[in-house]
Design a protein around this ligand. Structure first.
Ligand code: ARG
Length: 490
């Protein structure tokens, strides 16, 4: 359809297949038609095409929109041409007027922005659900002790609630990054045409408004050449992917017999074809691996845009499926993780048992010596270190430590005993007391966790309100546009 003027009718079939974007374009068909409706409406309103022509075009577009079927013949190159070809079948020669003051370059940028907008919102919705699950688990486990780790070695006691909140707050930043990216995605490039705008008296702002955008991309070259509106969400998604993988990895570890902290639901587990006893966390392994693609996609995207001269280059077409892949991976993974977490059974007894027997409260004892005995922390650290080393060597468990043993260690380090009572020592080494003492903001004591949960809930409510506002604006714009098109199409 496009080629006749300059190149003649026929095209090499292999060339057509190699260069076509139609395989991806089914994902932007709906946006493309809506974009064309808004464009036609504006052309008619501004007298660039006649009212009758506008009505015929809108009627044709409406029919295509309802059937959502266009030819996917690669010779058509892409969805923009496919829709126009279908419009010709519907309304004849008038179809040729639709492309006045427009180019496929601004059209595809528009479609991709509309796609990114929806996908960001869908992922945000999935993330909000995951955040709810994390808050629920936290609310139920404020008094469930578990070891906190550094270097994957048991370090200090914390609670399951506190651990889940760590992930909660990290995903909250992912939500923020997506929100932030959305603001720059939600701008219309339409009217940029090929690169230099147009001499027709178009109204770019009107088209943007009809499609629910908050504004336009100012410069017409920038509008068709730039893809940072995809690089930005892809970066946010790569970070989200990394955050997800850390929780996925922990659940994989926790579900081993070695940890035994969690039992995943049978429905969301696999087994072995040879070892009948096996229960495997396959979805989490897939997740851990699939996020690698989200990281790779970001690298592909950067490499693809890097050093491209302005304005449009066909290279940009290769970015679309890469971006979509990341959008799909993250939406599916976030949703899967919500289901896995909300059906998982945490093994409280086992978590508690791993806190005992490993001197996790040694820091508390050192802190106590600083507070009550006026020692420098470094000195207290050395005394308790000596005490633990002696106990480990003699095979003595923490609950069998005596004040005399502490005095022996103190004698070695500072040349005098400390004279702690048995009760004082027990109190310092108690798991519950250690956790209860951690009252600083964001720390694991139940009251601090309670406050953190409240702040988290408030934050989620704000995210949700803003998300609903974004979704509503797009939905209302589309509804109003379709209503107007239906009215004019008769
Ligand atoms: N399929 C193309 C893409 O995705 C649409 C724009 C084509 N523009 C052009 N000048 N060939 O980028």
């Amino acid at each position: 359809m496009l080629r006749e003027g300059r190149l003649g009718k026929s095209v090499d079939a292999e060339f057509a297949r190699y260069t076509s974007s139609l395989a991806f374009d089914r994902n932007i068909l709906e946006y493309d038609i809506l974009g064309s409706m808004a464009h036609a409406l504006m052309l008619g309103r501004r007298g660039i095409i006649q009212e009758e022509e506008m009505k015929r075009i809108l009627a044709g577009l409406l029919k295509i929109y309802r059937s959502r079927s266009v030819s996917l013949d690669h010779a058509l190159e892409d969805v923009h041409v496919a829709v126009e070809a279908r419009l010709f079948e519907e309304i004849g020669e008038t179809a040729g007027k639709l492309h006045t003051a427009r180019s496929r370059n601004d059209q595809v940028a528009l479609d991709l922005r509309m796609l990114a907008r929806d996908r960001i919102n869908r992922i945000s919705r999935a993330l909000l659900a995951l955040e709810e699950v994390l808050l629920k688990i936290s609310g139920e486990n404020k008094e469930t002790p578990m070891p906190g780790y550094t270097h994957l070695q048991r370090a200090q006691p914390t609670t399951l609630a506190h651990h889940m909140l760590a992930h909660f707050w990290s995903f909250a930043r992912d939500l923020e990054r997506l929100e932030d990216a959305y603001r720059r995605v939600n701008l219309s490039p339409l009217g940029a045409c090929a690169l230099a705008g147009t001499s027709f008296p178009i109204d770019r702002t009107e088209v943007a408004r009809l499609l629910g955008f908050s504004g336009i991309v100012e410069n017409s070259q920038d509008a068709v050449a730039s893809r940072d509106f995809l690089l930005e969400p892809l970066s946010a998604l790569a970070i989200l992917a990394v955050n997800l993988s850390r929780l996925a990895e922990e659940l994989i570890l926790w579900s081993t017999a070695e940890f035994g902290f969690v039992e995943l639901s049978d429905e969301l587990s696999s087994t072995s074809s040879i070892m009948p006893q096996k229960k495997n966390p396959d979805a989490l392994e897939i997740m851990r691996a699939r996020v690698a693609r989200a990281i790779g996609n970001l690298t592909s995207a950067f490499a693809l845009v890097k050093a491209l001269p302005l304005a449009y280059n066909r290279d940009l077409q290769e970015l679309s499926p890469v971006a979509l892949d990341s959008f799909e991976i993250l939406e599916a993974s976030v949703s899967m993780l919500s289901r896995i977490l909300s059906t998982a059974e945490f093994k409280h007894e086992r978590m508690r048992a791993t806190c005992e027997g490993d001197f996790l409260t040694a820091t508390e004892l050192a802190d106590y010596l600083v507070r009550e005995k006026g020692l420098a922390f470094r000195t207290a650290h050395r005394i308790v270190g000596r005490l633990v080393a002696g106990a480990v060597k003699a095979g003595i468990s923490p609950d069998k430590i005596t004040p005399e043993m502490l005095d022996d260690a103190a004698l070695e380090v500072i040349g005098k005993p400390l004279g702690l009572s048995k009760e004082e020592l027990e109190c310092c080494l108690s798991l519950e007391k250690s956790i209860a003492g951690k009252r600083s903001t964001g720390a694991p004591s139940p009251p601090a966790v309670e406050e953190s949960i409240s702040r988290g809930e408030a934050k989620l409510a704000e995210f949700r309100a803003r998300l609903e506002d974004r979704e509503r604006k797009v939905k209302e714009a589309f509804e109003a546009l379709l209503k107007e098109v239906e009215r004019l199409a008769g």
